[in-house]
Write a protein that binds this ligand. Structure first.
Ligand code: GLN
Length: 264
């Protein structure tokens, strides 16, 4: 399937105006003349806003991260063009569902439930969920959260974990669209804890975000990240992503990207 330039502009403009957010990146990768490029389509890929080390704005005001870099590396390897649209997690999934995005890369967990609606790439990063409190809090474990208000991010796996234990622990959940707002609610003391993906919280803690991890769920909510498209659509994009992912794993570029963020 290809999209004409006119349709594409309408689509991009619609995404920007409906969601009130613009494009953060535009990448065009050519295949260097090897002649295998199948399409001149520019794929619109939706992502999160603040989800370091997977996608975030760095001190130099550049939108960077493991997702951002592996997508760029895979597109360069496979010779496809894309525009990356930073919307927030729930909004990125909504953009995919409303056909305003072709794909999502946003530390998106491959769950059985989601596999009914979306086609995922091969997994590219292992993850599970955790709960974190303010560093100075007395709370040491999940028991300490009994009867408390906790912060969750709409539509995420960590929210699903909190929801699954809310009755047992008497939790009241406040929802946020962005991870940084959720952390802020804990730092200001409105919420006793927030629920987040472990690799993201562990990275934040290592960057002195003022939070401390008090519990994890590594069994039921152990779900790797994948690149997603709507079921049955953009299958050529999933194929290119998978082939490119295998190539950058093979070449060592994948490891270099992960090390760049995690071993800095
Ligand atoms: N991995 C989590 C999920 O897919 C959270 C993703 C995110 O917040 N960007 O639900």
């Amino acid at each position: 399937m290809s999209v004409s330039r006119r349709q594409f502009i309408t689509l991009a403009g619609g995404a920007a105006s409906v969601l009130g957010l613009g494009l953060v990146g535009c990448n065009s990768a050519s295949n260097g003349g090897s002649g295998s490029s199948s399409s001149d389509k520019t794929y619109i890929v939706a992502t999160d806003t603040t989800f370091a080390p997977f996608e975030f704005t760095n001190d130099s005001n550049e939108f960077v991260g493991i997702d951002v870099d592996i997508l760029a590396a895979i597109a360069a390897d496979q010779g496809f063009s894309y525009e990356l649209n930073s919307l927030g997690f729930d909004a990125a999934v909504a953009a995919l569902e409303s056909n305003q995005a072709d794909a999502v890369i946003a530390g998106m967990s491959i769950t059985e439930e989601r596999q009914e609606k979306y086609d995922f790439s091969d997994p590219y990063y292992d993850s599970y969920v955790c709960a974190a409190v303010a560093d100075g809090s007395d709370i040491q474990d999940l028991e300490g959260l009994r009867g408390q208000t906790v912060a969750c991010k709409t539509g995420t796996q960590s929210a699903s974990w909190a929801e699954s234990i809310a009755d047992e622990y008497g939790l009241s959940i406040t929802y946020f669209d962005q991870s940084d707002m959720m952390y802020q609610d804990v730092l200001t003391g409105n919420s006793a804890a927030c629920f987040e993906d472990y690799p993201v919280m562990a990275y934040g803690v290592s960057q002195d975000n003022g939070l401390r991890i008090v519990g994890t769920e590594e069994e039921e909510f152990a779900t790797p990240y994948g690149f997603a498209v709507m079921k049955g659509e953009n299958s050529e994009l999933i194929d290119m992503f998978n082939t490119g992912l295998a190539n950058i794993r093979e070449s060592g570029e994948y490891d270099e990207i992960v090390a760049k963020y995690l071993e800095a």
